[in-house]
Design a protein around this ligand. Structure first.
Ligand code: SAM
Length: 271
């Protein structure tokens, strides 16, 4: 069967090791943001010496390639862009309730929980993905400022378990990395956004941060290249009472990956 593979495995040295079941363990190195660098020594004039960069490593177990249905078992660039954005905004988000949807193997939630206390990581439970997220959280526990809750959130669900309904209601920041790649799923994601905003009240506003990679194809109909999944999302989001704000991706890069110009980040709020 046709398999896809994330670009990041070939563009970065992830010091991968292979597990017995064929899965990989990759080391995602990142630089701690500046104010977390340690400087304890002073030079002979009493000035603090130049700080050395502090490097962290998130270890993630994942698949190297998968069928389309199981792409969540891999790590995609959108997860790293969102992780960078979270590290950059660590002071704004530290005390917020963060809910990640379509989290894949959990890298972005793990990055969030380095500085944020309340992180809930969700995905549809296929291919053992929730179990893998829990395993990855365990692997990286020493980096985290608090535990991460893991639960299922299937975009296709209509019946919400009380625990999930409560997590949505209490959330301030919702994260979604690279979940716009299939039109049926995009329609479900748009309903998920509606559902999330339906629980917004005057006490708690919600912001949804979405990353995606515009994947271009050449269409004979138009005789030009287009990014159909992204364009479909914009089309069905257009009538909604939402504000979509594009965030320039020129903030510092803490993780190693190619931040291509087709990798975008936007924030959705209600009007
Ligand atoms: C391209 S992957 C992105 C994974 C991860 N966020 C990343 O960027 O590395 C798409 C994600 O959407 C999730 N997904 C697929 N169908 C879903 C559904 N019905 N409900 C919720 N999430 C779903 C997949 O499991 C996967 O985690």
């Amino acid at each position: 069967m046709y398999e896809v593979s994330s670009e990041i495995y070939s563009e970065t040295d992830l010091q991968q090791t292979k597990c017995e079941d064929g899965r990989l363990i990759s080391k995602f190195q990142f630089e701690y943001p500046n104010d977390d660098e340690i400087s304890s020594t002073k030079d002979k004039d009493g000035d603090f010496e130049v700080k050395r960069k502090r490097i962290g490593v998130i270890e993630i177990e994942h698949s190297g390639s998968t069928v389309l249905k199981l792409v969540g078992l891999q790590v995609w660039r959108g997860a790293l862009l969102l992780a960078d954005f979270l590290l950059y905004n660590r002071h704004n988000f530290a005390d917020k309730n963060i809910l990640e949807v379509g989290a894949g193997v959990g890298l972005t939630s793990i990055a969030a929980a380095i500085f944020c206390k309340n992180v809930i990581c969700t995905d549809v439970d296929i291919g053992g993905i929730l179990q893998l997220i829990r395993k990855n959280i365990d692997r990286n526990r020493k980096l985290l400022s608090n535990d991460i809750k893991v639960m299922e959130y299937d975009f296709k669900t209509v019946e919400y378990a009380p625990q999930l309904a409560n997590a949505i209601e209490m959330s301030d920041i919702i994260l979604a990395a690279d979940v716009i790649y299939d039109d049926d799923l995009t329609e479900c994601f748009v309903r998920v956004i509606d559902r999330i905003f339906s629980t917004t009240d005057s006490k708690r506003t919600k912001s949804i941060y979405v990353t995606l990679e515009k994947r271009f194809v050449f269409t004979l109909d138009d005789l030009e290249t287009c990014a159909p999944c992204y364009e479909y999302f914009l089309k069905i989001a257009q009538p909604k009472p939402w504000r979509i704000e594009y965030i320039p991706t020129d903030f510092p890069q803490y993780f190693k990956y190619e931040r291509s110009k087709h990798l975008i980040l936007f924030k959705i709020t209600t009007k």
